[in-house]
Design a protein around this ligand. Structure first.
Ligand SMILES: Cc1cc2nc3c(=O)[nH]c(=O)nc-3n(C[C@H](O)[C@H](O)[C@H](O)COP(=O)(O)O)c2cc1C
Length: 131
């Protein structure tokens, strides 16, 4: 069994990507929980924290939503650098900077035990259907 990291009630994990999902920024909470130095995350694909228990369909829904300029919310199980995992409730926002460059911002907070259990079961069913 890999180790679950339970977020603090007030943890707030932020990351910013370009239009392709390449990380441009991650805040201290994100780096600390995921177990990376900021330098290790910058310019990397955001799938660096992808956990194998996440169904493809969840990320398709995320990308389909934000590419339309809409905000996506959902539950995500992420992997830490040392092979552990942590659940978050994420809100992903599309944005356009003043220089015209576009990107996405994800803000994550702690998911409750009940929310985690519900999505753990749901995602297992989704993955079984994807196989
Ligand atoms: C702003 C933003 C934040 C994201 N955050 C995560 C994340 O925390 N964990 C994750 O696995 N994927 C995240 N993604 C989705 C990844 O870009 C990617 O689609 C996903 O990890 C699946 O990887 P794959 O397409 O290589 O299979 C995020 C995407 C965006 C645009």
């Amino acid at each position: 069994m890999s180790k679950e990291i339970i977020l603090d009630d007030y943890a707030f994990l932020v990351s910013e990507t370009d239009e392709k999902g390449i990380i441009n920024f991650a805040n201290d909470d994100f780096c600390k929980i995921a177990g990376y130095e900021l330098e290790e995350l910058i310019r990397k694909n955001h799938n660096i924290v992808r956990h194998q228990d996440m169904p493809k369909a969840a990320f398709k829904d995320l990308w389909d939503t934000v590419k339309q300029g809409k905000v996506w919310t959902g539950y995500v199980k992420n992997a830490t650098k040392s092979g552990g995992f942590y659940w978050v409730y994420a809100t992903v926002y599309p944005f356009e900077s003043c220089d015209g460059s576009k990107g996405y911002l994800s803000c994550r907070r702690k998911a409750s035990l009940e929310e985690i259990q519900t999505h753990d079961t749901l995602y297992k069913e989704m993955i079984a259907k994807e196989k």
